[in-house]
Design a protein around this ligand. Structure first.
Ligand code: ZN
Ligand code: ZN
Length: 429
């Protein structure tokens, strides 16, 4: 078996790993990059024609993968529903089968339905965690893993007597931390190669708190304070939504999500997942004006009407503002203006890198002007150094190849089996 990492040996995001064995070719993730030439990638880049994207390296040169090529891959495995792992599917030939979990598929569909990402056909094949399936001459077994994306998978691949383990993005401090223990316990040991992520290798572990600790920190932060609590985080980060819902319950407050976030919960709940749903106690749904117009005019009235029983009007938000924890983002600023808020706490709970844009800044400046105090309370979706070491020790692979990291060299201190690779250079497993 051979491998090529097209992107990810020296950067976070945009992961693409090819495995080939005999006549079979398999791609692990089809990620859109987070960075271009070391700088966060601009939204405008995505709109460039594909020839230019190939020239810039946003689309690595991979024969037999893209729309305009003769397809020559047996399949693509998508580890989880983050754009830096699936965003290149837009350019992939629609005949190539894409294997992914039900939750990953649903989250991508919700993003497409709500026009958060472009709509394009995906030749989707849903896999079940812990059940082996075949792609060409590869045997593939996905394992549920703890990450900020719902229903994320780590992958075990076997072919021609060789075994490869791909960690995907993972952590051991979320609400599904036990999944990392299960993975370490059951996955094949002494694999020929372990591809492991290393997003956080430059950070000290003490800076990383668990989701539970985050929940308690938020309670401490807002307990006894006057005013509404506005939270900005990802509407697809279910762990985080649950953390803030639990904060609201602990403090006897109502948790208010917008109709998009409510749809994310609804769709995952409808798959049979036992997760937070708008019918839960003290959970209400807010209908931002522009988003609601978009739902009725472009998306489908049912995506709004399904939550009419849980509707909270802005007058009620205004009247009960001291007792509300509310999901917010810059696009609902004009709705918040109509809620007559008299200050409160704004909690930013996602990666700070997203915070630099003028749009975000103008939202936060407006909040400050309204008497809001701003707090940053977040914990990463990625593994701490001790959890990476725990993975390496538990799996005892013959070779460790770091990916999804800015600092591959840091791994050299974790094991003498680490091999550093370069993007685009093939190697034997
Ligand atoms: Zn990632
Ligand atoms: Zn991720």
């Amino acid at each position: 078996m051979n491998a090529v990492i097209y992107r990810g040996t020296h950067e976070i995001g945009g992961t693409l790993i090819e495995l080939n064995s005999g006549e079979s070719r398999l791609l692990l993730d089809a990620g859109y990059p987070l960075f271009l030439d070391g700088n966060p990638i601009d939204d405008r880049v995505a709109k460039l024609p594909s020839e230019q994207l190939l020239g810039l390296g946003v689309l690595p040169k991979i024969e037999g993968l893209y729309l305009w090529d003769t397809p020559n891959f047996d399949g693509i495995i998508i580890s989880h529903a983050h754009i830096d792992h699936y965003g290149l599917l837009k350019y992939v030939h629609p005949n190539i089968p894409v294997y992914l979990s039900a939750g990953t598929k649903k989250l991508i569909e919700v993003s497409q339905t709500f026009k958060i990402c472009e709509t394009y056909p995906i030749n989707a094949w849903v896999f079940s965690m812990y059940e082996t399936f075949n792609v060409g001459c590869f045997s593939v077994k996905p394992y549920l893993i703890d990450h900020s994306a719902f229903d994320a998978a780590a992958i075990e691949i076997q072919s021609a007597g060789k075994t490869v383990i791909y960690s995907g993005d993972f952590r051991g401090h979320g609400r599904k931390a036990v999944c990392l223990d299960t993975f370490i316990k059951h996955v094949i040991k002494q694999a020929d190669v372990l591809f492991t992520e290393g997003s956080m290798v430059s950070r000290s572990d003490e800076l990383t708190i668990t989701e539970n600790e985050l929940e308690l920190a938020v309670v401490d932060e807002i307990k006894g304070k006057r005013g509404i609590t506005l939270v900005q985080s990802s509407s697809q980060n279910i762990d985080r939504i649950v953390s803030f819902y639990r904060v609201a319950l602990r403090l006897g407050k109502t948790f208010v999500v917008d109709v998009y976030t409510a749809n994310v919960l609804h769709e995952l709940h409808a798959l049979g997942n036992n997760i937070l749903y708008p019918s839960y106690e003290k959970l209400k749904v807010f209908f931002p004006y522009r988003l609601t117009q978009k739902i009725f005019n472009e998306i489908g009235a049912e995506y709004a009407k399904r939550f009419s029983a849980y509707y909270i009007p802005k007058e009620q938000v205004a009247a009960q503002q001291n007792d509300i924890v509310m999901w917010a983002r810059p696009s609902i600023k004009s709705d918040l203006e109509r809620c007559n808020l008299t200050g409160g706490t704004f909690i930013y709970s996602m990666w700070q890198g997203y915070r630099e844009s003028a749009y975000q800044q103008s939202f936060e400046n407006w909040l400050t002007g309204q008497g809001f105090r701003s707090v940053f309370l977040h914990t990463s979706g990625h593994a701490t150094v001790s959890d990476i070491r725990r993975l390496i020790d538990g799996l005892n692979p013959k070779k460790i190849v770091p990916i999804h990291t800015m600092l591959p060299d840091a791994f050299l201190g974790y094991s003498n089996k680490v091999e550093l690779k370069e993007d685009g250079v093939a190697f034997e497993i």
